[in-house]
Write a protein that binds this ligand. Structure first.
Ligand code: 5GP
Length: 182
């Protein structure tokens, strides 16, 4: 059985995190990719599980060695997906990365076998309802997320697969079919 690397993107609130988490709980042949970061570990975070915590020097050395599928800086720290980890893991399992559109497109450039999956809501109105329903964000934050969503959805045509998350179990089954069919 061939193992695949999937980059799963989609607007905030679309349910991609739940889909990925459920698949990883149910299937022993699929794991989530572990990123590298230069930010210090938070309480309870484990090196090699939540992230690989690296010094800035080490991270920059690995950038020079071309060891990242993609990397970016957030809040003054580097974050990146290590090629070495992905390559090694793909020998025995499929790997899912939950990643934004920019990171996905970068990853595809440096690792063309990577399949890009976008999870979309049944409708923009439905996503607005879900975001408002969470009650965890201010109106301004919701507007920011909606603007980001328009941006993400405008890249749909660059993706290998689109999954409409109308029904969670069906969306999970669709993602499993992509893993098994590749
Ligand atoms: P946190 O420090 O809260 O764990 O993550 C901060 C930000 O870094 C989040 O937006 C998260 O999605 C992003 N991030 C985590 N890992 C990676 C990665 O491997 N690559 C990129 N480009 N961003 C990442």
């Amino acid at each position: 059985m061939k193992h695949v690397l999937l980059a799963v993107s989609g607007p905030s609130g679309v349910g991609k995190g739940t889909m990925v988490k459920t698949i990883i709980e149910r299937r022993s042949d699929v794991v989530e990719s572990v990123s590298c970061t230069t930010r210090p570990p938070r309480e309870g975070e484990v090196h090699g599980k939540h992230y690989f915590f690296l010094s800035r020097e080490e991270f920059e050395r690995r950038i020079q060695e071309d060891d990242f599928l993609e990397y970016d800086e957030h809040f003054g720290n580097y974050y990146g997906t290590p090629k070495s980890f992905v390559r090694e893991t793909l020998k025995t399992k499929s790997v899912i990365m939950e990643i934004d559109v920019v990171g996905s497109l970068e990853a595809k450039k440096s690792f063309p076998e990577c399949k890009l999956v976008m999870v979309v809501p049944p409708s923009v109105d439905e996503l607005k309802r879900r975001l408002s329903g969470r009650g965890s964000e201010t109106e301004e934050q919701i507007q920011g997320r909606l603007a980001r969503m328009e941006y993400e959805l405008s890249h749909k045509h660059l993706y290998d697969y689109i999954i409409v998350n109308d029904d969670l179990e069906k969306a999970i089954a669709d993602l499993c079919k992509i893993i098994d069919g590749e």
